[in-house]
Ligand binder design. Structure first.
Ligand code: NAP
Length: 251
């Protein structure tokens, strides 16, 4: 699909960029003309993503960023500004999943989920905001989940964090609505990435059967939604939640 120069002049920082949906964002944003800072804890994989993007004519650089560490965030934002002179766009995508219901989630599991999926989204917005404000025309996309919109049994901490990201996005959208920073959340349904682990054929079939479109999505399906929200086409769009889920949330 031709996406031309929708993000020309933008500099985007994407977290969780070494794999899955984050990798999809780096590839799609670079194709759309953005300068991309790809951030992850997986250094070799992240560098490989950047190398492939640059070999295809894009402009991307890798930075190591553990999203749970504010010091890493400050360094990553500084890196983006020193590399490209500005930061216009932030995609808070890094995330983890593990199952765990009311009784079997552990305190460590709960705290880890909150640290990576929720607190880190605040850290990212906090660390990037001074640079985003300087541009007068910036956008943040926070990757939540369909599981931030609806419940399911056995994934309590994941739902808690993803639901929090939804309202953190709307609250930040209103806080900055007159200061040139738009904030929106994207809610993927089931997307085929390593986070799903090794699915048995039976579970794979069960998941597909639950999706109205009959199949899981691809990372780029999510990145195309973020592409719109981060582009000037969405200049009047802030505080929205965009499910990209093959119709699941409509059912
Ligand atoms: P993924 O393939 O596992 O990619 C996530 C990336 O983030 C990995 O490279 C991971 O590294 C990295 N990461 C984990 N903890 C980090 C940290 N503390 N700091 C920096 N990077 C870290 O997962 P994905 O499916 O692309 O998920 C991306 C986002 O989409 C997540 O927020 C997820 O909750 C959301 N989402 C996914 C789906 C889906 O069906 N795939 C559905 C709804 C929402 P490691 O490999 O070392 O963990």
């Amino acid at each position: 699909m031709e996406i031309g120069s929708l993000l020309k002049g933008k500099t985007a920082l994407v977290t969780g960029a070494a794999s899955g949906i984050g990798k999809g964002h780096v590839e799609v944003f670079a194709r759309a003309g953005a300068q991309v800072v790809a951030a992850d804890i997986q250094e070799d994989q992240g560098k490989a993503v950047v190398d492939a993007v640059n070999a295809a004519g894009g402009d991307a650089q890798f930075v190591r960023l553990d999203v749970t560490r504010m010091a890493d965030w400050k360094a990553a934002v500084a890196f983006a500004v020193s590399a490209y002179g500005q930061l216009t766009t932030l995609v808070n995508n890094a995330g983890i999943y593990h199952p765990g219901g009311v009784e079997d989630e552990t305190e460590d599991g709960w705290n880890r989920m909150v640290a990576v999926n929720q607190t880190a989204v605040w850290y990212g917005m906090k660390a990037a905001m001074p640079e985003l404000l300087k541009t007068g025309n910036a956008a943040i996309v926070n990757i939540s989940s369909l599981y931030g919109l609806i419940g399911s049994p056995g994934s309590l901490s994941y739902h808690a964090t993803k639901a929090a990201v939804r309202l953190m996005s709307k609250s930040a959208a209103l806080e900055y609505v007159k200061r040139g920073v738009r904030v929106n959340s994207v809610h993927p349904g089931q997307i085929r990435t390593p986070i799903l682990g090794n699915l048995t054929a039976e579970l794979d079939a069960q998941i597909k059967a639950a999706i109205p479109m009959g199949d899981m999505g691809r990372p780029e399906d999510i990145a195309y939604g973020s592409l719109y929200l981060c582009s000037d086409l969405a200049a009047y769009v802030t505080g929205v939640e965009l499910p990209i889920d093959g119709g699941w949330s409509a059912a």
